[in-house]
Every structure is written in structure tokens, then in C-alpha cells.
Design a protein around this ligand. Structure first.
Ligand SMILES: Cc1cc2nc3c(=O)[nH]c(=O)nc-3n(C[C@H](O)[C@H](O)[C@H](O)COP(=O)(O)O)c2cc1C
Length: 174
């Protein structure tokens, strides 16, 4: 057995490029985080690949947002937001909502939920959430949110892998 001891904290020497080069091998789903901006009354949103379930009871979800995001402050001030789980074929929606310029929602069809949040039409699932905590995540903020309501539709997911968008393919062995 090793007698080596480790310090409580270590200064990371991992460069952002190396970090990305390794993490690009992990496929993720594609989720649209949207809210009605209380300042403009219009929809605001962004795409995240970091969305995931956190706790079943209570029902909690999490994702991380870059501190440089201009859309997150608009969503955060609404306190309630929606998560639309994007379906295969919704690549143009992913492109529009991950853009830094232009009217993101110009060509996106969405429906207002009972919580006033925008649900992207044609998505595979919609989750309405309330922000519970915004935690320090280095150059990102780690969001923890409570699930208010959720519903699912049928279809195949949009998948992000190696910097590309694609679809899920079941392997023969499964
Ligand atoms: C597939 C994909 C996954 C992404 N995942 C994240 C993420 O988890 N966190 C994040 O902050 N930005 C993520 N982005 C980038 C944002 O969607 C987006 O580029 C940015 O927030 C848009 O700028 P704005 O917030 O200033 O409007 C992702 C983009 C794509 C295309």
C-alpha cells in the first residue's frame, strides 16, 4: 500500500487546450437553457453540453456556464428557466442559441409554458426549473436548480462529440 500523502490542494498545470483535447472524447447531450428576460420581456437563452441530473429526491439538475456568457445574466435574473432537450435535426437551433450575435430566437419556434418560460418546439423533453445555487466553478459558474415540472416527447437526441453535432447510433453488441 502506498504511504504517499497528497496535499489538500494542488496547483493545476493542465492547459485549457489539453483539457479540451481530452474532454472532447466524452459525448454530451445538447440542452437549451431559456427564460423570459424580465428586463425586455423577450426570450433569452444559450446552449449547454454540461446539463445533467443531480438528485432524484429532491429533484435537482446542474450545469455550468462560462463567466463570459452574456445570456446567462438575462436567464439568471428571471430566476425560473426552462431546459429543452434538443432532438436530432435541431442543429440549426443549437447554432442559433450558441451564437454570440444577432437575434437568437428569430427563426426558433417556441411555446410559453405555465411558468412563463420558453419551451423549444420539437424538443425531446422540457424541464422547468428554479435556480437554487450559483457556485464557484473556476472560469464557469456551477448552477444547481430545482425541478418544478418536467415532460418528455418521443424521438432521438442531438449529440455533441469531438466538436461535431450528430445523432445517437446503437452498437450491434447492445
Ligand atoms: C454543443 C455546445 C455545448 C455548449 N456547452 C456549454 C456549456 O456547458 N456552458 C457554457 O457556458 N457554454 C456552452 N456552450 C457555448 C454557449 O452555448 C454559447 O456559445 C454562449 O453562451 C453564447 O454566448 P452568450 O452567452 O454570450 O449569448 C456550448 C455550445 C455548444 C454548441
Amino acid at each position: 500500500m502506498s504511504t504517499e500523502t497528497f496535499p489538500d490542494t494542488v496547483a493545476s498545470t493542465i492547459s485549457p487546450d489539453h483539457f479540451r483535447a481530452v474532454m472532447r472524447h466524452l459525448p454530451t447531450g445538447v440542452a437549451a437553457i431559456c427564460a423570459e428576460d424580465p428586463e425586455t420581456g423577450g426570450p433569452a437563452g444559450l446552449i449547454v453540453g454540461t446539463f445533467q441530473s443531480l438528485s432524484l429526491d429532491p429533484a435537482l439538475v446542474t450545469f455550468s456556464v462560462a463567466r463570459t456568457s452574456s445570456s446567462w445574466p438575462k436567464v439568471a435574473r428571471a430566476r425560473w428557466f426552462s431546459v429543452s432537450l434538443l432532438a436530432d435535426g435541431q442543429q440549426p437551433i443549437c447554432k442559433a442559441l450558441s451564437s454570440k450575435t444577432g437575434d437568437k430566437f428569430q427563426s426558433i419556434s417556441w411555446t410559453k409554458s405555465q411558468f412563463g418560460t420558453p419551451h423549444i418546439d420539437g424538443a425531446l423533453g422540457w424541464i422547468d426549473c428554479a435556480i437554487r445555487e450559483e457556485l464557484d466553478g473556476g472560469d464557469h459558474i456551477l448552477i444547481v436548480a430545482e425541478v418544478l415540472q418536467m415532460q418528455a416527447a418521443e424521438g432521438e437526441p442531438l449529440v455533441f462529440h469531438g466538436g461535431r453535432l450528430g445523432s445517437f447510433r446503437e452498437s450491434a453488441a447492445s
